[in-house]
Design a protein around this ligand. Structure first.
Ligand code: ZN
Length: 278
């Protein structure tokens, strides 16, 4: 099937009552692990990379690697730019073949956020989904934290969605990036945001949230949940354990394949947690 547009993944999920996981990749082991889990579950999914991680390989390499792995996979998958911060990020990832875009201008004030999101909408083909962020999600991602942290104000949601022309809205409702302790979504706030939003919602920071809340997000208009830290930790842990077990270990391919298996397990587990019905 190969890559499909972000809108295709959203529409398929909404029509089937599913929540798409959005899993960050940077390398072949992570990509292979994610794709194997997608094949095992059959749930439409986003594979994504942020500009902070694309510095390793560039968008072209990510596109080549992901699209090649997906060529024979019969499940809809979109390749998504996670946390694009500039219009250059948007243009560069689209030029490489990405099919879904996040413009995160949430670090700016409201009017600038609207303006940058609108400009990203104009750059992004209509069938490609645009995700934007209102409020500012806390926690650290690749050592980058937001300059300010603010929950999404339900009173701003309807006008923001309308003005930006987005297809997905990332919200800050108690969720934070990474592994902060005791993180919980404020489900009442999430409900109020859902009621004000004409488009489905996105939750970032899926790694740190309790399974009991993740399994209910489909009832709250959420269509996409980002998970990054869990996969990275699975890969680093696999290599770390191999080294601790044998400081003279040199069988890189054996350890790499073990890492693929560990990542597959994590991704499959998260997809099933998000979709208790499958
Ligand atoms: Zn995020």
């Amino acid at each position: 099937m190969g890559l499909v547009s972000g809108l295709e993944v959203i529409e398929q999920c909404m029509s089937r009552g599913l929540v798409a996981g959005a899993f960050n990749t940077t390398n072949i082991e992570t990509t292979m692990g994610i794709v194997a889990a997608i094949e095992n579950t059959g749930v439409p999914t986003f594979i994504q990379v942020a500009p902070t991680n694309a510095v390793l390989s560039g968008y072209d390499y990510i596109y080549d690697m992901v699209s090649r792995r997906l060529a024979a996979v019969d499940v809809p998958v979109a390749l998504h730019l996670d946390h694009g911060r500039t219009l250059d990020d948007v243009s560069a990832s689209l030029a490489a073949g990405f099919t879904s875009i996040m413009m995160d201008a949430s670090g700016h004030d409201y009017d600038q956020n609207v303006s940058l999101s609108q400009q990203a909408r104009r750059l992004t083909p209509p069938r490609y989904a645009l995700e934007v962020e209102l409020g500012s999600i806390g926690g650290k991602e690749d050592d980058l934290g937001p300059e300010r942290e603010a929950t999404t104000d339900p009173a701003q949601v309807a006008a923001f969605v309308e003005a930006t022309g987005c297809q997905m809205l990332a919200v800050s409702v108690g969720n934070v990036h990474g592994y902060a302790p005791d993180v919980r979504i404020d489900m009442d706030l999430l409900r109020r945001v859902q009621e004000a939003s004409a488009v489905p919602l996105v939750i970032h920071g899926g790694s740190g949230l309790p399974a009991e809340q993740l399994g209910r997000l489909h009832e709250y208009g959420v269509v996409k949940v980002n998970v990054a830290s869990d996969l990275r930790n699975a890969m680093i842990r696999t290599f770390g354990e191999a080294y601790v077990a044998n400081p003279k270990e040199y069988a890189l391919i054996r350890v790499s394949r073990a890492a693929v298996g560990a990542i597959t397990d994590v991704v499959e587990s998260r997809i099933r947690t998000l979709n208790p019905g499958i």
